[in-house]
Design a protein around this ligand. Structure first.
Ligand code: BGC
Length: 743
């Protein structure tokens, strides 16, 4: 039967309560102790409440389940409890892997490697689907320009062009070529729109965005995710320009559906429909439900007391209408049919175990971690280390041997026993001939205000029993003094970054800087590894530590990847997906700012500190060396509809194979708006053998040149002179120009 006919037949038999049920998704989890105070509901009663909804046939979807047996049990309750046998859609936050944990999303973006990103999310999808998850609340495609905001770690950084490319690659990885592809899940780009601009970087706070910023910067990754076929989109918690996103009809109907042609379904963020009351927007729960569904939010993600349970009442009062409800139910049923859930609602638990332990998945995770590391500094070529020349290595810092921190936040079904820490990775790679010794050096640091996520087992860091801070500190310094090289790992504990993890400072928490300074003072050469999801204040290390490698939270195989990088089995090739500020007082700081009064003083906008970044957007060193030459354009003059091909020759002048991310930046010199000093408009990650040269080409056409003009309220392509730079970061100097004339 055609999908439409099957949906028609179901719809014709459904009561308003059953329809409202299909539009409602409930959390199902047994909460850790204390969580009910944060969430304001009865943790024991919640699973019972959800099960009774399933038996009454008035819940369409669940989230927060990963155990295939439990998923099958609840699915059976739904299928058998429902008069029409409609299966559940199971959603979950599979952000960077389910059992095999990949590097965190900001790290994956730092690879600038779309194939690795796609492959990684295909692995995540395969594991998720095997346990019975049909849909992931990912990718998060929110542009983030304020690193105080903890969720910067979940996205692709500050740039709309990179963000759009990474968003599309993730959607392809999760979903495959079309919705319903075996071993894949529905992708749900989130959070439309502007969440990354929370005032002061404070999670959930209001967002005020100009028309230009919205269309030119915030929307492109969403548009790209939709164009790649994303089956779902999630709303955001916050007010956008005074209207709560979840009640914003312009966003979800006019922009998302009518302008971008989105044909999937929209889900609210958790409790965000109810929150329309909190915002002082909706008058009561019925009003909240009606206004969200009228805005185009098909499904409510609810913890308890769903607003959408009031939709039958809203229908009676005329606050919404049958057509709107039916259109939303249709989208949900279509997704269930396209995923094949009516035919095969249950999963094979034995097969799930096999898929979760597939060694090929670990290889994908290791390669992703190798490709996402960013070499920030390498004075005197300290890296790579020559293993044959070493007798003793000191590995220092509590993060160096913390499996939980190595895999980062937003993971729930991990296996710490198989997680390779930095210490373990170095020990294995260095072999028996090298003495690898470890000292934590300092105690862990606790958050001033714990979050909900801290309540999940093992998420709060702790010191080993009997930990003696002074003795540990001394021991770390001694170890460093006696070693040929000290590898110091600093950063943030994983519970300090992500949702509910915004910060007012970017300093290294606790005594980490003090420890690093004491180790450097021994005179032993130091390699600094940074475990992070946001830029941290590295002003001192950037002047005093010869080698700094950003390893992010590198995942299940993190330590193995780090060791391969340190010892030169692979060369780092990642590049920063954000501008790295010197200090928190500079944020937000972006490379694509516009030109203003006294541009020659751009670096002196503050009197007390340079207003330039510590490391620019796109920065990342290599063990290779790259030379750029012969930048040329095939048509120096073109029209507003014409495309110019830009070519450049890149040579690896070093004696080893290495990767480079070749980046193209564009600037419009004049026009009907003032445009950023540079904007990324093309990139390619290439592997070049020792001495190899390659000519790369990039199109610069109307798509690259057009922008949203806030005065015209439309897209424009101006006739103007354009500067083009190509190089290895956003400060590239090799340049040319093109003239664009009116058509
Ligand atoms: C987050 C979403 C997430 C949802 C479900 C919310 O608090 O904002 O990004 O998908 O929880 O876990």
């Amino acid at each position: 039967m055609m999908i439409k006919a099957q949906v028609d037949e179901l719809l014709a038999q459904m009561t308003p309560a059953e329809k409202a049920g299909q539009l409602t998704q409930y959390f199902y989890f047994r909460l850790p102790e204390g969580a009910e105070q944060v969430l304001d509901f009865d943790a024991d009663a919640q699973p019972k409440m959800v099960e009774s909804k399933l038996q009454e046939g008035v819940a369409g979807s669940l989230l927060f389940l990963t155990d295939p047996a439990e998923i099958n049990r609840l699915q059976r309750l739904a299928v058998e409890g429902n008069r029409l046998g409609i299966p559940l859609l199971i959603g979950f936050d599979v952000i960077h892997g389910l059992r095999t944990i990949l590097p965190v999303p900001i790290a994956m973006a730092a690879s600038w490697d779309l194939q690795t990103i796609e492959r990684g999310q295909a692995v995540a999808a395969r594991e998720a689907r095997a346990v019975g998850i049909h849909w992931t609340f990912a990718p998060m495609v929110d542009i983030a320009r304020d690193p105080r905001w903890g969720r910067i770690i979940e996205g692709a950084g500050e740039d709309p062009y990179l963000g759009a490319a990474v968003a599309a690659a993730q959607v392809r990885g999760f979903q495959g070529p079309e919705l319903g592809t075996p071993e894949r899940v529905i992708a749900g780009p989130k959070h439309l729109a502007g969440y990354g601009y929370a005032l002061g970087g404070r999670d959930y706070d209001e967002v005020n965005l100009s028309d230009s910023e919205l269309w030119n910067v915030v929307f492109p990754p969403f548009r790209a995710a939709v164009a790649a076929g994303a089956g779902n989109v999630m709303t955001g918690y916050m007010d956008l320009n005074g209207i709560p996103a979840t009640g914003n009809r312009w966003l979800f109907t006019e922009v998302l559906r009518e302008t971008w042609g989105f044909d999937g379904f929209v889900v609210s963020d958790a409790n965000a429909v109810r929150n329309l009351l909190t915002h002082g927007f909706a008058a009561d729960l019925t009003d909240a439900g009606a206004r969200a569904v009228n805005a185009g939010v098909d499904m409510e993600m609810a913890i308890s007391d769903a607003a959408y349970a009031q939709l039958p009442e809203a229908l009676r009062t005329g606050a919404t209408d049958a057509q709107t409800i039916d259109a939303s139910v249709r989208r949900i049923l279509e997704a269930k049919i396209r995923l094949g859930l009516f035919d095969a609602p249950y999963v094979d638990e034995d097969r799930a175990r096999e898929v979760l332990s597939d060694p090929a998945h670990r290889d994908v995770a290791r390669i992703a971690a190798e490709r996402s590391a960013v070499l920030l500094r390498n004075e005197g070529g300290l890296l790579p280390l020559d293993v044959t020349a070493l007798r003793a290595v000191a590995v220092i810092g509590p993060l160096a041997d913390s499996a939980r921190d190595t895999i980062g936040p937003w993971v729930f079904d991990f296996d710490l026993d198989e997680t390779v820490t930095v210490l373990e990775g170095i020990r294995t790679r260095a072999g028996d001939a090298v003495r690898v010794e470890y000292a934590r050096g300092i105690p862990v640091v606790q958050r001033e205000f714990p979050s909900l996520f801290d309540m999940f087992g093992g998420n709060t860091p702790s010191d080993p029993e009997g930990f003696d801070s002074d003795a540990e500190f001394r021991q770390a310094v001694e170890l460093a003094r006696d070693a040929d090289i000290a590898v110091v790992v600093v950063g943030e504990w994983q519970n300090m970054i992500s949702e509910m993890a915004s910060r007012s400072s970017l300093e290294l928490p606790g005594r980490q800087l003090e420890l690093l300074q004491a180790v450097v003072a021994t005179g032993t050469p130091v390699v600094l590894l940074v475990m992070n999801g946001r830029p941290l204040d590295l002003r001192w290390p950037a002047e005093n530590v010869p080698a700094i490698l950003d390893i992010w939270y590198p995942g299940t195989q993190g330590g193995a990847a780090v060791a391969n990088l340190l010892f030169g089995d692979v060369s780092p090739g990642g590049k920063l997906p954000f501008t790295w500020p010197r200090t928190v007082g500079q944020v937000p700081m972006i490379y694509a700012h516009t030109r203003s009064h006294e541009p020659e003083n751009q670096g002196k906008r503050y009197w007390d500190e340079a207003s330039t970044p510590l490391f620019p957007f796109g920065h990342g060193l290599s063990y290779g060396r790259f030379d750029y030459a012969n930048l040329s354009v095939d048509q120096p003059t073109t029209t507003t509809t014409g495309t110019t091909t830009v070519s450049v020759e890149v040579t690896n002048t070093s004696a080893r194979e290495a990767d480079e991310v070749v980046q193209l930046y564009l600037h419009q010199r004049y026009g009907t708006a003032s445009r950023p000093v540079r904007e990324l408009k093309g990139f390619q990650r290439v592997t070049l053998a020792a001495g190899e040269s390659r000519t790369l080409s990039f199109p610069v056409g109307p798509d690259e040149r057009r922008y949203w003009n806030a005065a015209a309220h439309d897209w424009v392509t101006d006739a103007a002179t354009f500067d083009i730079w190509v190089g290895g970061d956003s400060t590239a100097t090799l340049n040319t120009t093109i003239e664009v004339t009116a058509t």
